[in-house]
Design a protein around this ligand. Structure first.
Ligand SMILES: O=C[C@H](O)COP(=O)(O)O
Length: 256
């Protein structure tokens, strides 16, 4: 079923103190939020335990930023999907552009990681998106569709229920340049068509937008028919901004 999700990707930011204060403020800020909106906190892996304890019994859910492409064994420094499951992680990011670019994660690595997540009965948040050069060359849709195909081809039946896709144009991440609501909607509609071609129940797949989302831009984005929420980086480190974005998803039409 299509869900409404706002996810906070803290990336490599934070400290024990920050985890405590930010979570406390986010928790109280989203208390009373419509239960239909899932708020997911995705901290650095060292803080998963701290966040796990804090989110227990609350409206917040836990996610992980990364996962190994292997199940278990001699892979120093890696974290397996089953371990994330032990920590009550509900979502795992796969294919984030920072992993693709800075850690040279290829399409096949992304696909292997995705399989590990599904195999551990966790939900994947698959990130896709084009670079500025690709957009300027008119290749944005093709790039995104190829990323979807390469990661998701062959998925069957109930596996689709474990899939959330985040469209994150690389040129919008951390730059302050958000895609316009119309451009984002247009890409989300293309993605739904591509998902249908891959055999997915496309209307039921949750599609998020990510890339410099701020409270001011969130409402317009969330009013779009194919955008079901956001994957938030920088603004998720400021409790008031993040809470405002969550509220924008709760009732985008009421706020405008
Ligand atoms: O995972 C989150 C995205 O990379 C967006 O980050 P940003 O909101 O800082 O642009």
């Amino acid at each position: 079923m299509r869900r409404k999700i706002v996810a906070a990707n803290w990336k490599m930011n934070g400290s024990e103190e920050m985890v405590r204060t930010l979570l406390k403020d986010v928790k109280s800020g989203v208390a009373g939020l419509d239960k239909g909106v899932e708020v997911v906190i995705i901290p650095p892996s060292l803080y998963l335990r701290d966040v796990q304890q804090e989110v227990k019994g609350s409206q917040l859910r836990l996610g992980a930023q990364n996962v190994a492409r292997w199940q278990a064994g001699a892979y120093t420094g890696e974290v397996a999907a089953e371990m994330l499951s032990d920590f009550d992680c509900r979502y795992v990011l796969v294919g984030h552009s920072e992993r693709r670019q800075l850690f040279a994660e290829s399409e096949s690595v992304v696909a292997e990681k995705l399989q590990q997540v599904l195999g551990a009965n966790l939900n994947v948040m698959l990130c896709v998106g084009e670079t500025l050069e690709q957009r300027q060359a008119g290749q944005a849709e093709q790039v995104v569709c190829e990323q979807l195909s390469s990661a998701l081809a062959g998925l069957q039946g109930r596996q689709w229920q474990q899939v959330v896709v985040a469209y994150e144009p690389v040129w919008a991440i951390g730059t302050g340049k958000t895609a316009t609501a119309e451009d984002a909607q247009s890409m989300h509609a293309v993605m739904r068509k591509q998902l249908a071609k891959l055999g997915a129940p496309a209307e039921e797949i949750t599609l998020l937008y990510g890339g410099s989302v701020k409270p001011e831009s969130a409402v317009g984005l969330f009013q779009q028919p194919d955008i079901d929420g956001g994957l938030i980086g920088g603004a998720s480190l400021v409790a008031a901004d993040f809470v405002e974005i969550c509220k924008a998803l709760e009732a985008p039409d009421a706020i405008s």
